[in-house]
Design a protein around this ligand. Sequence first.
Ligand code: URA
Length: 210
Amino acid sequence: MPTARKTLSEIVAEARSCERCPLFRNATQTVFGQGPVPAFIMLVGEQPGDSEDKAGLPFVGPAGRILDSAMLQAGMPRDHVYVTNAVKHFKNVPRGKRRIHQRPNRYEIERCRWWLDQELKLVNPRIVVAMGVTAASALAGRTVAISRERGRILSFGDHLQGVATIHPSYVLRLRDEARHRAFQGFIADLKRAGELVSDAVAAPARGTIR
Ligand code: URA
């Protein structure tokens, strides 16, 4: 079982040599979460992409730029939020000089839960924002339909509440008006998470966010 007493740096150091699933073989390094510990809000994505794999930091590539911009517009400073991924290695297949992103499977997500659980214990967020179906389903323990369930309060396990939203890379795949709409929806979901945290902090005796 993960222990609560380790510091984030100790866990990060352990995760560097993680071989809990085969994904380490094709990745440059383990990409752990980043941000303050504890933090009121934790954002969870799917897995590092090519840029993150090289930099060793989450959300620093194109999807990270969408995330940064949405967070700014939602009034959610990135340095106040812990940002991580459900899976800590970049799953990819080499094609020529490029590495093509592959979705992690259930086994890989389950094996990486070991690290996510330790982050959750340390960060102890009031709300978790799951970005995309991989993160939302990993946290909820069931398949989450983002289009239907986004913005609602979801149970991410005992005493852990969250909201699901789109993954920022979805915005990158769209053009023109559709892109604008998706981006605005993403900002709105982040704002909603911020409001839920403000409510919870203002009424701590209630215990849960309503
Ligand atoms: N996509 C993710 O889910 N996470 C990252 O860190 C980068 C891209």
